[in-house]
Design a protein around this ligand. Structure first.
Ligand code: IPM
Ligand code: MG
Length: 358
């Protein structure tokens, strides 16, 4: 098969980590008899510098012409100050999610055995293992509601951000979560703030309806403040965690931290149609950009997710994941996951080692 892949290399360490991921894809192609053709798509801070906006015209169309999108990282302090939305890198991220209909954001947080020591939680907690998947709603809620800024008579300026959710939006993300749970540990925790928010009360009632339909999946409601606490107290209790956009943004950062190695975590953003978008959880890390220091593993594991979710190539996905584990088990580390005194390898060498183990 031939697969067309859009590459959004982006900013900071983005180009370096995507470069290694592409080499891994090519190696998989050779081994399993696929070809991958690549189209570079300009987006993010580099696009602001090149054409004056972070999300150039035609970005969505260029991606839609491909079977999947691989994104490195976008943004950086250089572009952090503009009040013009077109000159903010985040605008590009939100726009591409909306334009490609990527309503489901899958963010796995798993403790890899070789790196169990990196877990900042208590030893007993780490020993129980962590293997959870946050399913974050990605195209609704407060991120996409109406924003207002106006002058009041007696209280100065006032702002409002509207948070809205429809049954349709809740049901489709809920179904994704239950379907995924069936392929994993058969547990769904739905996170909301139903003791306060109306959107959460609707969220909960739709989830309950689905829980009845997916009666083979164990279901629970967890309030978001409690979820934040449980994630550090006993993350091993969770399998699939489904939640709305902003709660998912916050909890997924927390979840990534407890694995102790954000440089290892991939993510997938998918909708009902191709292309899905795959990217590491980490940011553009401008402080180490261009120095061959970045950890390419999260991007390489994002390729594994692409193979699994967009192309249904589970053998190929597993080959990548096994190669990463083998390299880690042999003790190879990039600087971000090396312990004091341990020697670290660079981005390119890490990519090479992983390819050697395919
Ligand atoms: C993320 C990021 C984005 C988000 C920002 C940069 C808009 O934090 O992907 O989690 O909040 O969705
Ligand atoms: Mg975030």
């Amino acid at each position: 098969m031939n697969y067309k892949i859009a590459l959004i290399r982006g900013d900071g360490i983005g180009p370096e980590v995507v470069g290694e991921a592409v080499k891994v894809m090519d190696a998989i192609g050779e081994k399993f008899g696929h070809t991958f053709t690549y189209t570079d798509v300009l987006m993010g801070g580099c696009a602001i510098d090149a054409v004056g906006k972070s999300y150039p015209d035609g970005t969505a169309e260029a991606c839609k012409a491909c079977d999947a999108v691989l994104l490195g990282a976008v943004g950086g302090p250089k572009w952090g100050h503009s009040t013009d939305p077109q000159k903010r890198p985040e605008t590009a991220l939100l726009s591409i999610r909306k334009d490609l209909g990527l309503y489901a954001n899958l963010r796995p947080a798993a403790l890899r055995p070789a790196l169990a020591e990196a877990c900042p939680l208590k030893k007993e907690t780490a020993e129980k293992g962590i293997d959870l998947m946050i399913v974050r709603e990605l195209t609704g809620g407060i991120y996409f509601g109406k924003r207002e800024r106006y002058q009041t008579e007696d209280r100065g300026e006032e702002c409002a951000d509207r948070m809205a959710y429809s049954e349709m939006e809740i049901e489709r993300i809920g179904r994704r979560a239950f379907e995924l749970a069936r392929l994993r540990g058969k547990k769904v925790a739905s996170v909301d703030k139903a003791n306060v928010l109306e959107t959460s009360r609707l969220w909960r009632s739709v989830m309950h309806r689905l829980a009845e339909e997916y009666s083979d999946v164990q279901y629970e409601d967890v309030l978001v403040d409690n979820a934040a606490m449980q994630l550090v107290r006993d993350p091993g209790q969770f399998d699939v965690v489904v939640t709305e956009n902003m709660f998912g943004d916050i909890l997924s950062d927390e979840a990534s931290m407890i694995t102790g190695s954000i440089g290892l975590l991939p993510s997938a953003s998918i909708g009902d149609q191709a292309p899905g978008l795959y990217e590491p959880i980490h940011g553009s890390a401008p402080d180490i950009a261009g120095q061959d220091k970045a950890n390419p593993i999260a991007t390489i594991l994002s390729v594994a997710m692409m193979f699994r979710y967009s192309f249904h190539l589970s053998q190929e996905a597993k080959a990548i994941e096994d190669a990463v584990d083998a390299v880690l088990n042999e003790g190879w580390r990039t600087a971000d996951i090396a312990k004091a005194g341990e020697q670290a390898v660079g981005t390119i060498r890490m990519g090479e080692l992983i390819r050697q183990h395919l």
